[in-house]
Write a protein that binds this ligand. Structure first.
Ligand SMILES: [Zn+2]
Length: 410
């Protein structure tokens, strides 16, 4: 326990002073060692793992300056122990800041997981009270909302930069799963990768196949078990889950529509669907059915329930009309009682979060090569494409290095 406290203290110093090398020896054993580095490399060394799995984020908000190193959304931890906070160089803990950080990751990360990050906050020392807690680990901010806002902005910047990149830890997991148990490579320590983030881009289109422009997600080879797409990149292959990709594309389209117009266009159903909601939904609809029209949901009450006349065009054909509407009503009830256009994005996020990952139209369906190419092209244009809205990865990249480890050549 004491040992842990020592390590924690030195770790905080190491984060605040990357220009100094640190070695922690406890009873003759080296417990930690950090070489001199720039602050990004030092943060990665303290957090652990591959530099390619981290991005920097910066923000300046009402006199609060934030710089941080944030893990990709598919590189996560089981608890908050890998989130480090420094305020003017001093290590702190703050539950509100932690929940703000988790909120920044909320539609790109598995809900039960935690981010991995180092967050450095600089501000006027007069605006932060460090004498709240005897050990001075807790502080009180004069304007906590401004600090939270700056942290969220910095995290979102990092997530935006890294949103198309799947964590390299996924490839390590894949190799561990696939490699024969007896193979020495399965238990051998993973060699540290190069510190430079690797670009996903294909450098030159191949002669037998070319997109109109260079394609970041590779040359499609085909589909495995009517499900996973395999593509070849310049340095290996990608295994792509088209369902998870489709989920992210749909989610981002909805977000963009709501941001542009605050509404979803409706698609009228050829034949209205009769629907009997539960008592709570029915009572809510009595008051609010008309408010749902701006979200493309057209309803009319009849003797023993409702007729669904239209659903959001975006979702038409994705799921049964009553499932779309039922989910939307439940999401609207959860978000608040008057569904206004400002609440659209929150209702949409909730609707999508509650929707099971497996409710896929592309699940278990053979795709044509044209469909695969169209999907890859959409992937290239969609934000946060490396994970579905639930935080599951959309692809795993196996580079030559991982393939060589699989075949015990590494
Ligand atoms: Zn999902």
């Amino acid at each position: 326990m004491e040992e842990q406290a020592i390590l924690d203290a030195v770790r905080a110093l190491a984060l605040a002073h990357p220009e100094v090398a640190f070695t922690v020896e406890i009873e003759g054993r080296t417990r930690a060692r950090w070489e001199r580095a720039d602050r990004f490399a030092r943060a990665v060394a303290v957090l652990g793992g591959d530099a390619a799995d981290y991005r920097e984020g910066r923000a300046m908000h009402e006199g609060v300056s934030v710089w941080g190193v944030f893990a990709l959304p598919t590189h996560t931890h089981r608890d908050a122990s890998k989130v480090f906070w420094l305020v003017n160089g001093r290590p702190i803990r703050d539950r509100m800041l932690l929940s703000a950080l988790r909120r920044a990751y909320q539609d790109v990360m598995l809900s039960e997981r935690f981010p991995i990050a180092v967050v450095c906050i600089e501000m006027d020392p007069a605006a932060v009270d460090v004498n709240v807690h005897p050990a001075k680990r807790e502080v009180r901010f004069a304007r906590p909302a401004a600090v939270r806002q700056a942290v969220v902005q910095a995290a979102l910047e990092a997530i935006g930069q890294g949103g198309a990149h799947a964590a390299s830890a996924l490839a390590d997991d894949a190799v561990r799963l696939l490699a024969p148990r007896s193979s020495p490579s399965a238990s051998a320590p993973v060699a540290p990768r190069s510190m430079a983030p690797e670009p996903l881009a294909v450098e030159e289109p191949q002669a037998a196949w070319a997109f109109a422009r260079p394609h970041p997600f590779g040359r499609p080879l085909g589909q495995v078990q009517k499900r996973y797409i395999v593509t070849e990149t310049t340095d290996g292959l990608l295994l792509i889950d088209p369902h998870a990709v489709h989920e992210r594309i749909l989610y981002e389209r909805g977000k963009a529509l709501l941001a542009q117009s605050g509404s979803f266009p409706a698609q009228r159903l050829l034949a209205p669907h009769h629907w009997r909601p539960d008592a709570e939904a029915h009572a809510w609809l009595k008051a609010h059915a008309k408010d749902l029209a701006r979200f493309g949901i057209l309803l009319a009450e009849d003797e023993d329930g409702w007729r669904i006349l239209g659903v959001p065009a975006l979702l038409a054909g994705q799921e049964a009309p009553e499932r779309i509407v039922e989910g939307w009503v439940q999401a609207a009830i959860a978000v608040g009682d008057v569904p206004s256009s400002e609440q659209g994005p929150r209702i949409w996020r909730k609707w999508f979060a509650d929707r099971a990952c497996k409710a896929a139209t592309t699940f278990g369906r053979a795709m044509t090569m044209e469909e695969i190419e169209a999907l890859l092209a959409q992937m290239a244009e969609t934000p946060n494409i490396a994970q579905c809205n639930h935080g599951r990865p959309t692809y795993v990249r196996l580079g030559l290095k991982e393939l060589e480890r699989l075949f015990a050549r590494g």
